[in-house]
Write a protein that binds this ligand. Structure first.
Ligand SMILES: [Fe+2]
Ligand SMILES: [Fe+2]
Length: 133
């Protein structure tokens, strides 16, 4: 899993956090390929979930700062993700899910959310402020 410039939403701070999330996903995939167990993989997932919370707070800061009209639904997507990720994580740790299933959930959610909701937010922020890119 590698960063691609087509993921860019145009806001530097958000892009650099997305890069870090994509990187963390890459670490997760390589740990899986190495056949690491639940303790190692679980720790990486936990770190990713914690960083996702920091990242969501950053995006929500922009929403508040610029009065983003879609902030309610966007914030709801973040909340739902945290809830689902927690469920996936717990099920994975209990052995009810494979690492591949968990990774697919994280990857699909992250990419779909960046390419749709986050791009919309980025476009809005760049319209109402001066984006440096
Ligand atoms: Fe977002
Ligand atoms: Fe994001």
């Amino acid at each position: 899993m590698k960063w691609d410039d087509s993921f860019s939403v145009g806001v530097q701070e958000i892009d650099s956090q997305h890069k870090k999330l994509v990187e963390m996903l890459g670490s997760l995939i390589s740990e899986m390929k190495k056949g690491q167990g639940r303790i190692v993989i679980g720790k990486t997932i936990e770190e990713m979930m914690n960083y996702a919370k920091v990242h969501f707070a950053t995006e929500e800061k922009y929403m508040t700062l610029y009065n983003y009209p879609n902030s309610t639904s966007h914030k709801k997507e973040h909340e739902k993700f945290i809830e689902s990720a927690k469920n996936f994580y717990e099920n994975y740790m209990k052995g009810n899910l494979t690492a591949v299933e968990l990774m697919n959930f994280l990857r699909n959610w992250l990419l779909e959310h960046i390419l749709d909701s986050d791009k919309n937010l980025g476009k809005f922020v760049c319209e109402v402020s001066l984006c440096k890119q």
